[in-house]
Write a protein that binds this ligand. Sequence first.
Ligand SMILES: [Zn+2]
Length: 315
Amino acid sequence: MSWNEAKPAEKANETGSQCTGSGSPGSAKHRVIGCLWDPLMASRPSERTLEQKQRAHKFLHELALPDGVYSKYLADSENFLAAAARFDKTCLPFRQLRWMKSKLFGRSLLIANFSSYQDSALADNNDAVAHSSMEVAGIHSPPAILTRKREGSVRLYRSILEHECVHIHQMLLGRMPKFSAKRGGPFQFLCEHTQLEFVAYYLQHFHWDVYDSKTMRGMGLEEWCCFRSYVSSLERTLLHLLSRDCKKSSLEDFLRNTADQLPGLLKPLGFSKETCQFYTGIFPQHLAAAWSNVGNLALQDLSMSNLGVLQKWLH
Ligand SMILES: [Zn+2]
């Protein structure tokens, strides 16, 4: 998929796509985005409702891997593990390559540990990412989770890894969206990306109730997941729109039309009409925050012409 081809990935010889995972609460990233949410619009439920349980169950059911798909994944992973074992450890981009059994799915998935984010695609505040493939001396892995040692809450870290396990399943099922610069394509990408992220965030936070109400800024489970899915997908879409491969007209089209189209994206996810209106009105600020979060990731690939369009629109 053309999920993400951020430059930092190349440093570590990783190829293919990535989904930026959940950063740490309280990071600069969250502070910037968080101030754009109106806390008066939502309150947090004290416990999971039957409807929420059914939704989580449905998502898990839809992500089940057919036996044949998982068997092939295991075989491809074993091949890659064997190939990596033949190399001098100091030549490998990762510190450790191993299996991790997902608590959500009960299946083992491939996970690579890195020493620090400088050595990997784990730029910014991401603790883990799901990659469609890693490469070692011309040998490609199946989808794998990349992570680095994380300080702090073990429970939160586990929830982040499980979020990435959801993306690995989505990759293996061929559900990851592809960015298209055609008319309407970027908005379509934003919609599809948001929907997939929503599933990952929902399963993460339904099962691991790791954030308190203050961290979630008063939002309930659905609203928090919608919010996180939308803003992270907006960042991903913007990265594509600002890349050298994307025509200026695609960005202009996206900037002109997206705010009005947002209710069509957000309503099916569970946003109220009032919240959709709120998001529509605050789209420029969300986009500015997205740019402040992804700017340092995109610098090497950036189209100066497209950046000029964005900056003119923002001011
Ligand atoms: Zn994600």
